[in-house]
Design a protein around this ligand. Structure first.
Ligand code: IMP
Ligand code: MG
Length: 188
């Protein structure tokens, strides 16, 4: 018996902004499994420290990690911006008290847009002298990139428009949706 998931609407509206179904829960599951298999293979016999970037990555991380067959630790960091709508802005990171020295670190991120968040985070993590640092991102918008960033594990590359669901929010709404929706009537 599976979990009960929320309804499977084609359109979802938040504050009069329309989003349409873009990536189904079935496609999500398939991609998550594919990513987990690659990580299991690449790190076979090694230990990994997964660092989950809150809040957007909570669903992706919990699905991915349940498919990981390696010895691993899990930590979280919070990357919060001061604006909470469709604009990414100034970043606050909290990564204190995580022992990363000489560990294989994999950062779990929901989506990479400009790359600014990850660029900052990778710099901070590298200063803690881990053995290695890689990124697994469920979504990526390559056309929006401002900072060059090497993402070893990418789920799905998408168009440069705003998306919600599967952890991603619009003004803190829509994170709980089991499918991913894309902005319907406006462009970013
Ligand atoms: P970046 O720093 O521009 O790469 O953006 C990183 C963060 O902005 C992501 O981790 C998300 O939290 C948020 N973000 C970027 N694009 C979207 C989107 O389309 N929907 C919801 N959040 C987004
Ligand atoms: Mg994020």
């Amino acid at each position: 018996m599976g979990f009960i998931e929320n309804s499977n609407k084609d359109i979802y509206e938040i504050q009069n902004v329309r989003f349409k179904k873009y990536i189904t829960r079935e496609m999500i599951n398939q991609e998550v499994q594919r990513l987990a298999e690659r990580i299991n293979k690449d790190y076979s016999g090694q230990k990994v420290l997964f660092i989950v970037v809150l809040k957007g990555s909570i669903f992706f991380a919990s699905d991915l990690l349940r498919n990981i067959e390696l010895d691993c630790e899990i930590e979280t960091v919070r990357a919060s911006s001061y604006r909470n709508e469709m604009i990414n802005s100034t970043l606050r990171l909290s990564i204190e008290n995580i022992d990363m020295f000489n560990k294989n670190v994999i950062i779990i991120e929901d989506i990479i847009d400009t790359g600014n968040t990850l660029h900052e985070l990778v710099k901070r993590i590298e200063s803690e002298k881990p053995k290695s640092v890689e990124i697994v991102a469920f979504l990526s918008k390559p056309d929006k990139r401002e900072k060059p960033i090497e993402i070893k594990y990418v789920g799905i590359e998408i168009e440069p428009y705003f998306v919600i669901g599967y952890g991603l929010d619009y003004a803190e709404q829509g994170r709980h949706l089991a499918d991913i929706y894309i902005l319907d009537n406006e462009r970013q």
